[in-house]
Design a protein around this ligand. Structure first.
Ligand code: AMP
Length: 224
């Protein structure tokens, strides 16, 4: 069976990270989040981290060359042997073009899943989002709430609002999504990559993940 590249596509707050964590387990493939990789660099304070910190804080996209380089190195790591989920990448047509070049050199089956969520639901979700600074687990104050308010279930750390989840930054992130990222979907469709629109609100994340898993298995020619 060829390796799988599952591109989870959707605006900030559409649930890409949550779905990626569920699908990583059920499909047995790696989860690659460019946002998480960049945040790790910012925390470590290395050269890349220092160069992207202010852009990320403003909700703007970091340069294509920076993320392209991170992804190119990451997809050849041993845990990507059966495939990987891309969460938050590609976000510009230039990134999508580089990805297409990388994938052409490798026998990989690519599938795009577009998580479709209403704008008002997105705003409500992001403003209620809290993250564990230690293990990265994400909670919502209205859904997927932790057992104790403000405390991570896994390690007891105090949950934080991500810097770029502040309301004015969220608006900027949604604006850059509309401007730079939406055209990527058109690019995928034009390139003949299978693209599926999946409604991603109103039911439990586990139910959405089951639906995506069934789609992926069908696309790969596996029995459901
Ligand atoms: P995310 O966690 O995916 O919402 O990403 C958080 C922030 O990281 C974004 O607002 C961007 O500043 C940056 N970022 C993540 N992925 C990319 C990407 N593929 N291209 C450019 N910037 C990115």
């Amino acid at each position: 069976m060829p390796r799988l590249c599952l591109i989870l596509f959707g605006s900030p707050g559409s649930g890409k990270g949550t779905q990626a964590k569920l699908l990583k387990e059920s499909l047995g493939i790696a989860h690659i989040s460019t946002g998480d990789m960049l945040r790790e660099r910012v925390t470590s304070g290395d050269e890349i981290g220092r160069s992207v910190a202010s852009l990320m804080q403003a909700g703007e996209l970091v340069p294509d060359e920076t993320v392209n380089r991170l992804v190119e190195e990451r997809i050849d790591q041993p845990d990507c042997i059966n495939g990987f989920i891309l969460d938050g990448y590609p976000r510009t047509v230039q990134q999508a073009q580089l990805l297409a070049e990388l994938l052409v050199l490798r026998p990989i089956r690519t599938i795009v899943v577009h998580l479709v969520v209403d704008y008002n639901v997105i705003i409500a979700r992001i403003s209620g989002r809290r993250q564990c600074p230690v293990c990265g687990s994400v909670y919502g104050i209205n859904s997927i709430a932790p057992n104790t308010v403000g405390v991570c279930d896994k390690d007891g750390a105090k949950l934080l609002v991500r810097d770029d989840d502040r309301e004015e930054v969220v608006r900027e992130r949604l604006r850059s999504y509309e401007q730079q990222t939406s055209p990527v979907l058109a690019y995928f469709k034009k390139s003949g990559i299978p693209c599926w629109d999946v409604p991603a609100a109103g039911v439990a994340p586990q139910v959405i993940a089951k639906g995506i898993e069934a789609l992926v298995r069908k696309e790969r020619g596996e029995a459901a």
